[in-house]
Design a protein around this ligand. Sequence first.
Ligand SMILES: CC(=O)SCCNC(=O)CCNC(=O)[C@H](O)C(C)(C)COP(=O)(O)OP(=O)(O)OC[C@H]1O[C@@H](n2cnc3c(N)ncnc32)[C@H](O)[C@@H]1OP(=O)(O)O
Length: 421
Amino acid sequence: MNRRATPQPLDVRPVTDAELADWTRAVNTGFLRPPTVPDRMLADRRVAFAGSRVSGAFDGGRCVATFRSFDQELTAVGGAAVPADGISNVTVAPTHRRRGLLTRLMADDLAAAKERGDVVATLIAAEYRIYGRYGFGPATTMTEWSIDVPRAGLDPRWAGPLDGGRIDFADGEEIRRLGPQLHERLRRERAGVIDRNEHWWAARTGRLWLYGDAWVEPFFVVYRSADGVVEGMASYRTDEKWSDAKQPLNTAAVNWLTAVTPAAERALWHYLCSIDWIATVRTGWRAPDDLLPLHLPDPRAASITTQADWLWVRVLDVVRALEARTYAASGVSVLEVVDRAGLAGGRFLLDATPDGASCAPTTRDADLTLDVADLATLWLGDETVGRLVSLGRVREERAGAAREADALLRTSGRPWCPDMF
Ligand SMILES: CC(=O)SCCNC(=O)CCNC(=O)[C@H](O)C(C)(C)COP(=O)(O)OP(=O)(O)OC[C@H]1O[C@@H](n2cnc3c(N)ncnc32)[C@H](O)[C@@H]1OP(=O)(O)O
């Protein structure tokens, strides 16, 4: 008789230290990477994941689903950081897909994050259609440009900043020493930026091997102002490519570039676009309103290679999320927030002024009805209420309410999350 065995219930739970190798093989399998986990990478992951909440699903002792979350800080509009539940390493083995494993892991993690008091959860989505069902909305956009250096029109004889500032090469040790302070300055100013812990700097300077192939040292440069203050930094790698006619066709690919003053930003891009042999600069993950193209005498030399949703946010606490950000004007808006998961929904009165805001549950009539995922999309300022009304995603309960809400939520720049996690 041809009878199928009754499936055993899957064991969904936190992963023990001894199971980390099996868990990491499962992550690699889910991400279509060679499953082998080199000993050094495993040891380094153990260090980097020490504070993480690592969980998985097991079938007959084998790891078939993975999930990791960790404490993160996300900068809201205006510069205040909110506690976030950063989510990463989400995989379900192709042999166990579409049985609700991700849904179980996500529900457990979001409930725990809410319980801990996190204001939002965050992730970078592999595919657009996975996470909306769990209340996440796309909250920042990433743009990458490719710069055709000979067409850009920057002075090729440039020999460094003319404002008294200077650019110097740095080694990994210097980047680990100087980088964290620079990033702290960036994240006090820019909505969407997340914190970088010591493991982030260790992994980007060869101290920890967490992902991908073995370490290849990039170039690091630091910009200092005339009075010696570090205001910018970049990491980039280059290839070796020459045409048959012996013309250099090399590319400089930026891993990350941080600048906290206009002078630093101008100088670092000019530097990258005037390195001998470099014909193309790939900018890495920038904000869609990055000034870069306009730094070039011919902005058309910068063509967009990628533009896509980047950081996804899930609001867990509407009151704290709305009170954490700043507002462009004074006004009141009553929001009916719909949350199918029952974590954050309700009707809230936002009373905003440029000097501060309060938000509280209310029984007043709603001005706008929206899903918790759309609230996340609006929260960092990368979208407008008016556009979401046109898309049929936000319902205007009172004529003019969308325009009034946009006047409050409007921001002068778009949010930017420079990091993948
Ligand atoms: C933050 C990050 O780490 S992003 C990385 C995400 N991981 C990947 O993309 C790796 C490859 N994919 C996978 O590992 C898995 O397919 C996952 C993790 C995306 C989904 O896991 P599953 O356990 O199959 O999801 P689950 O069964 O809980 O699905 C729940 C619902 O989401 C839907 N869904 C799941 N994955 C997708 C997808 N990629 N696209 C569209 N819908 C999806 C399912 O169809 C299901 O819908 P239904 O309830 O209407 O039937």
